[in-house]
Design a protein around this ligand. Structure first.
Ligand SMILES: [Zn+2]
Length: 220
């Protein structure tokens, strides 16, 4: 919803109100308490608006880029930043708790616009997921899997061709994030890596469900 508020320096600004509280993650229509605008060193007009959430009663602020006419052009960010942890299934949490932890740390970095670090974080998360899944299926090869290079590990110990293909391509894109020169600069690598990791998670869950089903024998 757009609404005009008056800043402490007495200018009217027309801004898009946040529709979600970054503190309790509830959809809301917040109350504005205080607004302030100023020109930064590059002569861009910036406004800060402090809101109160009607659900959790906590305060948060939103930063806007304002046009010369007083309209908000872009919502730059919320303080605090909204972090919603990815809640993986019980099967994935049990298979690879480290993957879940590192994935969420990478996701936190991404939400804080630390994209260089996020890409490398997703790479590390992917390695744990693949190696834990490989070890689960080949318990006698645990030590070899731990030491193996991830691409080799995918080739040698991941049987499902769909997971193999997704993991291999995800590693290519992840490596781009870690290297000085980019090979895949035309691709939004971090977003694509996340799509591939989520697909791998889905296929692993399917494999586990199939195994579970196969174990059930007909009674009577
Ligand atoms: Zn709230």
């Amino acid at each position: 919803m757009r609404k005009t508020v008056t800043t402490k320096n007495n200018s009217g600004i027309d801004i898009e109100f946040p529709n979600k509280c970054p503190r309790c993650h509830t959809g809301i229509l917040p109350t504005e308490l205080f607004a302030f605008d100023y020109k930064d060193s590059k002569n861009a007009r910036i406004a800060y608006v402090v809101f109160r959430c009607p659900v959790c009663e906590k305060l948060f602020s939103t930063e806007y880029l304002i046009s010369e006419r007083g309209d908000s052009l872009v919502t730059l960010r919320n303080y605090p930043t909204m972090h919603v942890a990815e809640d993986f299934s019980e099967e994935i949490k049990k298979l690879s708790p480290k993957f879940c932890q590192i994935y969420n740390e990478a996701n936190f970095a991404e939400n804080e616009n630390l994209n260089e670090i996020a890409g490398m974080g997703y790479r590390k998360a992917l390695e744990f997921l693949i190696k834990d899944f490989a070890t689960r299926n080949n318990p006698d090869k645990k030590s070899a899997i731990e030491k193996s290079w991830i691409v080799q590990c995918i080739k040698d110990y991941i049987d499902d061709k769909r997971i193999q293909n997704l993991a291999e391509k995800a590693v290519w894109l992840c490596n781009d994030e870690a290297h000085f020169l980019r090979e895949y600069g035309d691709i939004d690598t971090v977003s694509k890596i996340k799509v591939f990791i989520k697909a791998i998670v889905n296929f692993i869950e399917s494999c586990l469900a199939v195994e579970e089903a196969e174990k059930i024998e007909k009674r009577k």
